[in-house]
Design a protein around this ligand. Structure first.
Ligand SMILES: Cc1cc2nc3c(=O)[nH]c(=O)nc-3n(C[C@H](O)[C@H](O)[C@H](O)COP(=O)(O)OP(=O)(O)OC[C@H]3O[C@@H](n4cnc5c(N)ncnc54)[C@H](O)[C@@H]3O)c2cc1C
Length: 328
């Protein structure tokens, strides 16, 4: 059994959370503790449902965000602070939390859902809310996996401070890649930005990029492999047609190639679209009765904190009506 990690909670918070119980039939298991899952927890708990939250962390992508200026009620708040405020609200209800853990498989057995976790626990529930969000896309190039955490990073906000006066490379051409390059340019000596086709960031970011001499852009290049024994030493890039190979000496490589939904563990239980996002209707219902989904893991087009929270609330309220009207 995994212990709840309460280490970083402030003393002042009145904790109501309870230990997860493998022998108990929960009304709902919520998978994922980002903005969508945490909001669903609060709404479900206020309806007096028996809730189990299974998650790797409390915060999700918000933990990777340096500053947030578009969450109502705060003109500016850091990601860490907002995640902490959300967590405090979750901890104030009597829900069970299995953390840190990860759902690896879900199946329907007769009327109920069985959920299996990475650390060997098995839980059961009458219904599910999937709020597992998205995670960074990997490039699949040689040495990427081996050197992750040893120079290869997927989070500029988390790791940029490690590269004071060093050389770094960022891979990607969208908003997150340009933001990462700009953030690194304040710390690192030199930043390479490797862009497959063209810069697709917002004009305001592109303007800032063009005014930052410390960022050297390689347009029309793709990463081929990473070199290094104990730590990243260089990045090999080629032109998109495979010609013009170059070796860039670098201390760190930040991969900002987009995000993929965390839906593998569902194993076809619900319908997904071509991006592997869960297809939901406007009430957060999926193709499988009793399974609801919310936030970035779904086909709802805009991926924002406030939208994920709103969808989390909707999922919990729809789930509540489902449980009240269904004999299970
Ligand atoms: C760098 C960056 C900056 C951003 N800036 C902003 C901003 O300024 N404003 C804004 O509104 N939005 C911003 N966003 C987008 C916003 O963070 C997301 O839209 C939002 O976090 C989505 O919430 P979510 O709960 O749906 O998913 P996530 O935040 O992805 O949370 C998913 C949760 O599920 C957990 N999980 C995943 N798989 C499993 C599993 N198998 N088992 C158990 N748990 C699992 C994860 O650990 C995580 O806790 C930003 C995103 C990024 C990456």
């Amino acid at each position: 059994m995994i212990k709840i990690n309460l280490d970083n909670l402030q003393e002042t918070i009145k904790r109501q959370t309870i230990e997860p119980d493998e022998d108990f039939l929960y009304d709902v298991i919520i998978i994922g503790g980002g903005p969508a899952g945490m909001t669903a927890c609060v709404y479900a708990a206020r309806k007096k449902l028996n809730v189990l939250l299974i998650t790797k962390n409390l915060g999700g992508q918000v933990l990777w965000t340096s500053g947030i200026e578009n969450y109502m009620g705060y003109q500016y708040i850091t990601g860490q602070e907002l995640a902490q405020k959300f967590s405090e609200q979750v901890y104030s209800f009597p829900i069970a939390i299995q953390m840190p853990d990860e759902v690896i498989q879900v199946e329907r057995k007769n009327k109920y859902f069985i959920v299996y976790t990475k650390y060997g626990s098995t839980f059961q529930a009458r219904a599910l809310i999937i709020a597992s969000g998205k995670e960074p896309k990997q490039l699949g190039i040689p040495n990427e996996k081996e050197l992750t955490g040893r120079g290869v990073s997927y989070c500029a906000t988390c790791d940029a401070p490690l590269y004071h006066n060093k050389t770094t490379a960022v891979i990607g051409g969208g908003n997150s890649a340009v933001l990462a390059a700009l953030e690194l340019s304040k710390i690192a000596r030199l930043v390479y930005l490797i862009v497959r086709s063209s810069i697709k960031a917002d004009p305001v970011l592109t303007d800032r990029l063009n005014q930052t001499p410390r960022i050297k852009v390689y347009l029309g290049y793709v990463p081929k492999s990473i070199k290094g024994k104990e730590h990243v030493e260089s990045l090999i890039i080629t032109k998109t047609d495979g010609s013009g190979e170059q070796e860039l000496l670098t201390d760190g490589i930040f991969i900002e190639a987009g995000l993929v939904p965390n839906t593998k563990f569902l194993n076809g239980l619900v319908k997904t679209n071509e991006k592997e996002e869960i297809i939901v209707n406007c009430n957060c219902e999926t193709s499988e009765p009793g399974v609801f989904a919310c936030g970035d893991v779904t086909n709802v087009i805009d991926k924002q904190i406030i939208i994920a929270c709103g969808e989390g609330a909707k999922a919990a309220l729809t789930l509540y009506r489902y449980l009240m009207s269904t004999k299970i």
